[in-house]
Design a protein around this ligand. Structure first.
Ligand code: NAD
Ligand code: UFG
Length: 336
């Protein structure tokens, strides 16, 4: 059977997707430089699935390594998660982001083409839409990212659109994720940020175990019902399932661009309440000024994903919070 190359497969979304791929009988190889993940996740994936994982520690920008990887295995698809994702860091170190996310993707695509591998799924983001005015994003919403990270995602999308025009044999799915949260139900794999978390859910779980003193709520003066920002949080298991659905859908449809979200926005206060309910732990918080670059509100219109992938999110915020909490409680120091 042909294999799937999963770049960034040791990361948060990649690891959950790899578990589902292995459980559905796919053969995979992970290529990851561990810049934002730990080797420990590989053993956990093996424990969860009962299958050996082929793991290559390396960088997608290392052409010799990527070429050797394509030569040593027969792949029919690539799922490309590898990338840097911190918005603030991307503004401070733009070249690092363009090099890693854009140049790295170009090396990967060149070697993929050289090896005649024609199928790709790319991790894009709701950040490609920027601040379009409307808050419910369809795939037709204009693309105009407002930060460096978002621009790297749009650049790679543009590269792939052009590449497919020049090479009609290619089959490409661009998946635009909204806000992934949650963890595998077992509590064995989950989100493991290095250093102080940037995102709401991992910050909240670290407050709950006492690793952070209190949550900073970035603004309660937004034009939303409770004044805090609204986002479309999606369980990482639903997101992972979206990749398996995309692999299947690519058999019928060579060019897919879809939002992966639930279509239901929740506020920061909604999330605190749901988390306290799921964990039984009170989350101390302080309302501070807005975080630069944050939007008031946005969420996915998930209609197209349902139509094209036959996929829709199944898990609600209570389950997202319960699973994030189980992961954090069982692994207060992540994978170490
Ligand atoms: P993550 O950091 O947990 O996983 C990314 C993985 O890629 C890490 O294991 C990292 O070590 C690896 N990596 C980074 N650069 C690499 C390189 N040059 N070569 C090899 N490996 C490299 O992040 P995640 O949350 O799992 O995100 C996966 C993908 O989804 C990323 O492309 C990210 O931009 C995108 N995305 C994430 C979110 C989110 O909020 N988590 C939202 C939208 C899109
Ligand atoms: N928030 C807080 N306190 C925190 C962290 C976040 O109040 O400590 C608030 C934010 O202001 C926002 C909401 O919680 O209203 C969600 O913030 P996150 O940082 O969790 O997520 P973002 O929506 O800012 O961005 C995330 C990823 C991006 C990705 C985007 C896709 O960080 O990489 O979702 O929609 F592109």
């Amino acid at each position: 059977m042909k294999k799937i190359l999963v770049t960034g497969g040791a990361g948060y979304i990649g690891s959950h997707t790899v578990v589902q791929l292995l459980n559905s009988g796919k053969d995979i190889v992970i290529l990851d430089n561990l810049s934002n993940s730990s080797l420990g996740v590989i053993k956990r994936i093996e424990d969860l699935t009962g299958k050996a994982v082929e793991f290559i520690e390396g960088d997608i920008r290392d052409r010799a390594l990527v070429r050797a990887t394509f030569e040593q295995h027969t792949f029919d698809s690539v799922i490309h998660f590898a990338g840097l994702k911190a918005v603030g860091e991307s503004e401070a170190f733009p070249l690092r982001y363009f090099d890693n996310n854009v140049s790295g993707s170009i090396v990967l695509f060149e070697e993929m083409m050289r090896a005649n591998v024609n199928q790709l799924i790319f991790s894009s983001s709701a950040t490609v839409y920027g601040n379009p005015g409307s808050v419910c994003y369809t795939e037709e919403t204009p693309l105009s990212p407002i930060n460096v990270y978002g621009r790297t995602k749009l650049m790679v999308e543009d590269i792939l659109r052009d590449l497919q025009k020049a090479n009609p044999a290619l089959r490409i799915a661009l998946l635009r994720y909204f806000n992934p949260v949650g963890a595998h139900e077992s509590g064995r794999i989950g989100e493991n940020p290095f250093g102080k978390p940037n995102n709401l859910m991992p910050f909240m779980t670290q407050v709950a175990i006492g690793a952070q003193e209190k949550l900073m709520v970035y603004g309660n003066d937004y034009p939303t019902p409770d004044g805090t920002g609204l986002r479309d949080y999606i369980h990482v298991e639903d997101l992972a399932a979206g990749h398996l659905a995309a692999l299947k859908a690519l058999e019928q449809n060579a060019s897919i661009t879809v939002n992966l979200g639930t279509g239901k926005p929740y506020s920061v206060f909604d999330m605190i309440k749901a988390f306290e309910g799921a964990s039984g732990v009170k989350i101390p918080y302080e309302v501070v000024t807005r975080r630069a670059g944050d939007l008031s509100e946005y969420y996915a219109d998930p209609t197209l994903a349902k139509k094209v992938l036959g996929w829709e999110a199944q898990l609600g915020i209570d389950r997202m919070c319960a699973d994030s909490w189980r992961w954090q409680k069982n692994n207060p120091k992540g994978y170490s």
